[in-house]
Design a protein around this ligand. Structure first.
Ligand code: PAF
Length: 306
């Protein structure tokens, strides 16, 4: 087995005491060997799956995983089956060197970076789909997206064999899809949702933010503003319909934003809610910025607990 170390030597931590090596694995045998080595001393493994272009939101997943486990394994794979629009796939940012440096500095023990041909070899035909959750709300706007997510996440879980995996709450529907898949298929892994990390002005961190022009970047703050107004209204007893109106009004007041969706649903199940919600709810919104022919679609979310 060849496991390639990042850099040629150990590196000191910020306080100069601890030394560590991050294993870089580009094939299934390599990452399985790496995980077996990490586990040899009885250590537990937390997994962070990513599509690269890492930012502070991903690092928050890594630090939650590190807090709970002896080792963190990360994956970097831009999964083609979750992209409906080929341009979106082609323009997805690729920043492998800085991703690896960030993961190494955050204390990840191993990283798996497969080729698409390893994840989807010729002849592969099995897909995983949460039939209800994948085909509602954001799934209607992006047909096949959550099927692609569930399929790749299932494959990565089977390849790595981690004890737990960490996903951002920003992708709220994705998180519920993964929780459902794990429960339905009796997968021996614990799923943790991690709160959204925001820029100082409230914009949710996203790999797509780098594609925004400075003007659109400034305008994009309207998503968080809309969610904050809806949350305040919920605290004051607003109905779901009133929250929806408030969100639409806030986003439509920003001329650079094109509102795409406002979904307000029961938390976890994403079942429809109307009137005064009886329990916890999830609000998921999306808006586009930039040119019509190649827009930047941003999503944001807020879970409101009773
Ligand atoms: O959230 C993401 O980055 C991706 O959807 C995931 C979970 C890594 C699957 O490709």
């Amino acid at each position: 087995m060849t496991v390639v170390n990042f850099g040629s030597e150990d590196y000191p931590s910020a306080n100069g005491t601890m030394r560590a090596i991050m294993l870089i694995c580009r094939s299934i045998p390599q990452i399985r060997d790496a995980v077996a080595t990490l586990r040899a001393s009885g250590g537990s493994v937390g997994l962070v799956t990513t599509m690269g272009a890492l930012h502070a939101g991903h690092m928050s997943l890594v630090s939650h995983a590190r807090a709970d486990h002896d080792h963190v394994v990360a994956t970097i794979f831009v999964n083609p089956t979750q992209f409906g629009n080929p341009d979106d796939l082609l323009t997805y940012p690729k920043t492998e060197d800085s991703d690896l440096a960030m993961l190494r500095d955050a204390g990840a023990s191993a990283v798996y970076l497969p080729d698409a041909s390893e994840i989807y070899p010729d002849g592969a035909e099995t897909i995983v789909e949460t039939t209800r959750l994948a085909n509602m709300l954001h799934g209607l706007v992006r047909p096949g997206h959550f099927r692609g997510v569930a399929t790749v996440v299932c494959k990565l879980f089977n390849i790595i064999g981690a004890d737990a995996a960490y996903f951002g709450e920003k992708d709220y529907q994705q998180l519920q899809v993964i929780r459902r898949m794990v429960a339905d298929l009796f997968m021996p892994i614990t799923i943790h949702g991690v709160p959204t990390v925001r820029e100082p002005d409230g914009l949710a961190m996203s790999s797509r933010n780098v594609r925004l022009t400075p003007q659109d970047r400034a305008a994009a703050v309207c998503l968080n503003k809309a969610l904050t107004r809806a949350q305040e209204a919920a605290r004051n007893g607003a109905t779901v319909e009133a929250m929806r109106d408030l969100i639409a009004e806030t986003i439509n007041a920003e001329p650079r934003a094109r509102l795409r969706a406002i979904d307000i649903a029961e938390a976890l199940t994403l079942a429809p809610v109307t009137g005064h919600p009886a329990g916890d709810i999830g609000i998921m919104i999306s808006a586009e910025f930039g040119p019509d022919e190649n827009p930047v679609l941003l999503i944001d979310q807020r879970e409101i607990r009773k």
